[in-house]
Every structure is written in structure tokens, then in C-alpha cells.
Design a protein around this ligand. Sequence first.
Ligand code: PEP
Length: 259
Amino acid sequence: MTRKLFVAGNWKMYTNLAEAKQLAGAIAKGVTTDAMTVAVCPPFPWLTTVAEVIKGSHVKLGGQDCAIEKEGAYTGQVSAPMLLDAGCQYAIIGHSERRHGLNEKDELLNKKAHGALAAGLEVIFCIGELLAEREGNQTESVLERQLALGLAGMTAEQLKKLVIAYEPVWAIGTGKVATEQQAQDAHAFIRQTIAKQFGKPAADGMVIQYGGSVKPDNAAKLLALPDVDGCLVGGASLKPELFLPIIQAGVDVAGKKSS
Ligand code: PEP
């Protein structure tokens, strides 16, 4: 089955307003095809501005997190309806910088994902093991737990609006990229686990991004792997001269994968 490749840029807490406009403009100009999906996820305060800049282009917009509730007394949080109103199609949920930096647990992330989907957003749901877990041969059990708890209560139908981002925590922002074997093995394992939980059609249709130090020099090989359907890019998404070649690698690979 051919899955549409999906490359998303996570700008994290980087860029000022002028930089965000410039970066969004350069990416919007540089993406000239719908052969694969491309999204950018700027900091919340820049969402509406970036939405204006990318309007009419092939680039889509995402938020970097999403609250469980639609509205209420939740100081500092941003809800799914707000993201939609700002022009977002996606929300990243469960990024390791929130799982481990802000101690967000599987059960909370499950509620966030349910909330986002119910409101009409698509979810980029991040999972991945710590270095100690990989070294302790626990990668598969960690992924299994994150999928079982994170996707609990979802239907195969809902999963059509959810993308998994496999991001080994030791590879995020470290320059240490997973080997092709490590990435393919983890992605194949995730797909098998989804098949057990939700059935084979759901697993076959599931877009699974790789994330962790993706750069122009490693993107093509990672994206060509049979179970890798895109990537979630942090550092390299902040520079058009790095992000656009990654997208181009995806476009080239998409052509090969669909032929
Ligand atoms: C990320 O933020 O999801 C990420 C993968 O970061 P980097 O590409 O910088 O490793």
C-alpha cells in the first residue's frame, strides 16, 4: 500500500516574529508540489501570522501541543478549537520534550489526542525510547506501552487522522541519528503493534514518521525505508537551506515508492 509521505517541521521555542515570517515564506515558496504532505509547527504566538504567510501554498500548519479541554480556566494552555481557528490542521502530541521535560504521562497524552481528534485536528503522536531503555533492550516494550496507553479507546476510523512519529529520545537534537536498521526495525514493530491493536488495514494505512537529527545528508536513506513514511524535523526545519532539501528528498522517494 502506498502511503503519502509527510514531512513536518517542529520549530520548538525558536524564532522571533520576523524570523518566523521569513522562514514560513521561504518554505512556502520552496514547496512546489503536493506529492507529499508538508507542515510547519511554529510557536503558538506566531500561528496566525504564519497561517497568513503560507495561505494558498502547499504547506500546512500545526501546533506543538494541544490542551485536553476545549476551553476553561487552564492558564497557559491552548485548545484544539483555538488551533483550528488559527489555521492549524495538526497538533503534535507527546513530544519527548513534553513527555520528559514536562513529565507528561501516557494517560494525559491519550486524553490530549482524544480531545484534538474530537475537535477535528489531525494528530502527530510522538513515541520513542530513552537511551537507557534502548541499552536495556526495552525499546519494544516502551513502544508497546506508549501505543497501548496513548491510543487507548481510539477506533481504526479515528486513526486515519493520526500519524505516529517515532522519535528515539537519544537522537533528538543530539546529531545522533538512528541507523537505517534501527529505524526500520522500530517502524516495522510499531506497524505490527498497530495491526494487533487495530487490525491490518489500520496498520497498513498508518503514516509513521521518523524523528531525530534528520538532516539533508541522511533524509533520503531514512525516507526510502519501507516502513518510514516521512519525518518530524526539529533543528533542520529552522533553516530553509536544510529543510527544503529534506522535502526534496521526500519528493524523490515518494516518486520511487509509488512506482
Ligand atoms: C524534534 O524536535 O522532533 C526533533 C526530531 O528534533 P531534531 O530534528 O533537532 O533532532
